[in-house]
Design a protein around this ligand. Structure first.
Ligand code: SF4
Ligand code: SF4
Length: 320
């Protein structure tokens, strides 16, 4: 493609798609004042549970100009991770974002680096501030969903995830901060309307329609929380052993828009697609380490995974 006559805004967005992202938008790097108030009250209420890293770098989280000196624009990219094939229905459930053999952080970081190189080649070294970390994937100091919403890539649904028109909510978000100004995208309208399906479907009542209480969320309980799943949550795990997709599955926009991704780098671990219920009960440490060697959920650890499988097997047996 001849990109010589494109405006910077179009050049960046077209380049991101050529590099393999599924969507790209750009927002002005302004302080997130409303989010600051919300985030403070959320943290004060302790809704982050044991995720104390969310309490650090508060000023940076709400102000990109504190994060990266001279930052003017926030480029946001999406990568669809919705897998073509799902797990057997009797297997302990693993959230879809964790299916891939490769850690999605490294997949997105590499692509963001390519995008940065392309931008620097065209607009010069001053386009980014290399003295500061300026690209981010799922990293505590950046409110990625808010930036995606501001960059016109979608809206934040009642399940607190980004819903991108044409993609849905099964997508990773990456952020690249630039020190140059450009044209910005307009936010899209929130289309949740009167729907409350995600709030109603959440087995642990972690959603109240405005925010998520991470302490109650199955994703937190089965991955982030170092100690065993809380007694009150155990009977509500609904077969989930690593993460939870229940609120995403019931969302009508995902039913309409979620389509299998075409990213070779996000190829699923074959055992996740093949193993039935019984097989998971005998999961060895060696198998866990091999299957999740590069996975983003390896941090949950073998012991936690075994505990989670034992909890859901026990609950299922009781229900028989
Ligand atoms: S991920 Fe699961 S537990 Fe967490 S809010 Fe959604 S439905 Fe509830
Ligand atoms: S399930 Fe309904 S309320 Fe929840 S995010 Fe989707 S559209 Fe919005």
């Amino acid at each position: 493609m001849d990109r010589s006559n494109l405006s910077m805004h179009n050049f960046i967005k077209k380049s991101a798609l050529e590099i393999g992202f599924d969507a790209c938008g750009i927002a002005a790097a302004e302080e997130l004042r409303d989010d600051a108030v919300f985030l403070k009250s959320w943290l004060d209420a302790g809704k982050n549970g044991e995720m104390h890293y969310l309490e650090r770098n508060f000023e940076k989280r709400i102000n990109p100009q504190i994060m990266v000196s001279g930052c003017k624009s926030v480029v946001v990219v999406l990568l669809n991770y919705f897998p073509e094939q799902q797990q057997p229905s009797n297997a302990p459930r693993i959230a879809r974002y964790a299916y891939s053999e490769t850690d999605y952080h490294s997949v997105i970081k590499q692509k963001l680096q390519l995008l940065e190189n392309t931008i620097v080649e065209k607009y010069g070294e001053g386009a980014v501030n290399k003295n500061y970390q300026h690209s981010f994937v799922d990293s505590a100091p950046v409110l990625e969903r808010r930036w995606a919403q501001r960059a016109g890539l979608g809206w934040i649904g009642r399940h607190t995830q980004l819903i991108a028109p044409g993609i849905g909510s099964y997508c990773f978000i990456g952020v690249l901060m630039l020190n140059v100004e450009t044209k910005y995208d307009r936010s899209v309208e929130n289309r949740c309307g009167k729907c409350t399906r995600c709030v109603d479907a959440c087995p642990t009542k972690a959603l109240n329609g405005r925010s998520l209480d991470a302490r109650l969320c199955i994703s937190y309980q089965t991955i982030e929380k170092k100690t065993e799943v809380d007694e009150a949550i155990k009977p509500k795990l609904s077969g989930c052993t690593l993460g939870c997709d229940i609120c995403a599955e019931v969302c009508p926009w995902n039913r309409k828009w979620a389509k299998p991704h075409q990213h070779e780098a996000l190829k699923p671990v074959s055992e996740i697609l093949e193993w039935e219920g019984e097989k998971w009960s005998g999961l060895s440490e060696e198998e866990f380490n091999r299957m999740f060697k590069y996975s983003a959920v390896k941090r949950a650890g073998y012991e936690k995974m075994k505990q989670n499988i034992a909890i859901i097997t026990k609950t299922k047996n009781r229900e028989k």
